[in-house]
Design a protein around this ligand. Structure first.
Ligand code: FAD
Length: 461
């Protein structure tokens, strides 16, 4: 018989759409009968609107979360509106005693959460925030001088010195709580594309949610990780974890991934090199969030101010750049690896890391387009679009970021294809039609290096 409770615990879900290893949910359930809310927030100032492919993911992930929570006896309420006022309203309507959530690290998100805390506490409620999205809190890693890190290797060395919190077991079901609060209809948020519906390729490639993410983690640990050091740079081999959307949406915590890899390595001889290599990549994700936390303008401003003086092209400013950007977006640049990558992105909402670097380099270096143009396209088309990882990596490729590739490192897409897609099978799969190259690689490389020299000369002068 469902119980009705008039002062439940309330869990506010955001980028943490899972039930296992969820410190906020576990704490709420141990404090008493629990209900949950997800708020679709397109109104709080400064929040980036969720991109198209990510909206598709979110819709399906919420269905999966709804299912997992109902198995735990936890009702999930859906609301839309500004996060702080909406959570305060749900707390008021349910007379929630304690409100629990996992921390977010973007500046605008932190402002929403601070405001929410103030409003809830002002109304005499308890608000609790928990760590869980990152291996370590961004402020926990400091250089000897007490500064934040800008270079990955020392950051990683420090990270490995810190102890990880243990992974929490999946919570036990509570007696079902009846909840009479209004919940919006997910369909009314229009997260799925309709005219046209371009999501067929996404649905073929992915099953969003915790259930599938757990299964994939098992596969990664048992069969992908061992080959990772050798295969991770080969887009033709599917040799990486493909866990980035699960991590972006919090279907898995990085702790669960780290711990599962570590456990497997400890029990099977020969697995440790692969496991350590994937763990190292996982630390890049933490590093990107560390950068974003300490430099909140990372998504919109060059981290290295000298790049403010670079002569970038913008599609709004000239027709040729607009045509170049369109060809790049459609995978019609004439460079097969780039075109395959852009098609993989368009069709499946994901692109292999090596190809992300090569496609980004072509846009920024050979076509001279500002990195933010590419960053925004990726934001809209990736199912794993993540504010920190996307902007930090775009700036890395552009040379304007922390620990960035030096500007003069211009990837040659033809050489990259020979090396990393040697049989051309990746190109054949995603870019079966060959196009005329839209730019001369040698000339544009020289031009890029000249622009860089001008920028430096202007600075000195
Ligand atoms: P694996 O190689 O299996 O790595 C395991 C996990 O480590 C990944 O799932 C991811 O969470 C993390 N990781 C690996 N490489 C990186 C990296 N360079 N930076 C940060 N985290 C990393 N990753 C995103 O999650 N979201 C983005 O929006 C995003 N945008 C990118 C844009 C550009 C221009 C580039 C060059 C890279 C971008 N990346 C982004 C990083 C990287 O390409 C993806 O994380 C990776 O391709 C995901 O595939 P995987 O899960 O198989 O990775």
């Amino acid at each position: 018989m469902p119980r009705t409770t008039d002062s439940p615990q309330l869990v506010w879900f955001r980028d943490d759409l899972r039930t296992a290893d969820h410190p906020a949910l576990t704490a709420a359930l141990s404090a008493g009968p629990t209900i949950a809310v997800y708020i679709f927030d397109e109104q709080s100032p400064g929040l980036r609107a969720v991109g198209g492919a990510a909206r598709w993911w979110l819709h399906h992930a919420l269905l999966d979360l709804h299912e997992s929570l109902s198995q735990l006896g936890v009702p999930l309420i859906l609301r839309s509106g500004p996060g702080s006022a909406t959570v305060a309203a749900v707390a008021e309507q349910s007379n929630a005693r304690g409100i629990h959530w996992m921390r977010r690290y973007g500046e605008a998100e932190r402002e929403v959460d601070t405001l929410a805390k103030q409003q809830l506490q002002g109304a005499g409620r308890e608000a609790h925030s928990y760590a869980g999205a990152l291996l370590h809190e961004p402020w926990q890693l400091q250089t000897q001088e007490g500064n934040s890190y800008k270079v990955f290797t020392p950051f990683y060395n420090k990270l490995r010195d810190l102890e990880l919190r243990p992974v929490l077991p999946a919570p036990e079901a509570q007696d079902v709580v009846r909840c009479d609060l209004d919940s919006e209809d997910l369909e009314s948020w229009h997260l799925l594309p309709t005219s046209p519906d371009w999501s067929g390729g996404l649905a073929q490639r992915w099953t969003p949610g915790e259930t599938e993410a757990q299964a994939r983690l098992q596969e990664v640990v048992e069969s992908i990780a061992a080959g990772y050091p050798e295969h991770h740079d080969r887009p033709d081999l599917d040799g990486t974890s493909a866990l980035s959307p699960a991590l972006r949406w919090g279907h898995l915590s990085p702790h669960q991934v780290w711990e599962a890899l570590g456990r497997h390595a400890a029990s099977s001889p020969g697995a440790s090199e692969g496991a350590a290599a994937v763990q190292r990549q996982l630390a890049w994700r933490d590093f990107c969030w560390h950068l974003l936390y300490h430099h909140p303008s990372l998504p919109i401003k060059n981290l290295r101010a000298e790049f403010d003086g670079f002569d970038w092209s913008w599609p709004e400013q000239d027709q040729q750049t607009a045509a170049h950007v369109r060809a790049w977006q459609r995978g019609e640049t004439g460079f097969r690896l780039v075109d395959a990558g852009m098609q993989q992105l368009w069709q499946t909402g994901w692109m292999h890391n090596r190809v992300r670097m090569v496609t980004a380099s072509l846009l920024v270096k050979n076509l001279g387009v500002h990195w933010s143009v590419g960053e925004q396209w990726f934001w809209d088309t990736l199912v794993d679009a993540d504010l920190a990882s996307n902007s930090a990596n775009w700036q890395w490729v552009a040379g304007s970021g922390a620990d960035a590739a030096p500007y003069f490192r211009v990837f040659n897409p033809e050489l990259q294809a020979k090396k990393f897609d040697p049989q051309g099978s990746y190109a054949a799969r995603f870019a079966p039609v060959a196009h005329e190259p839209i730019v001369d690689l040698k000339e544009s490389r020289t031009q890029a290096l000249e622009s860089y020299d001008h920028m430096k000369a202007r600075q000195k002068g």
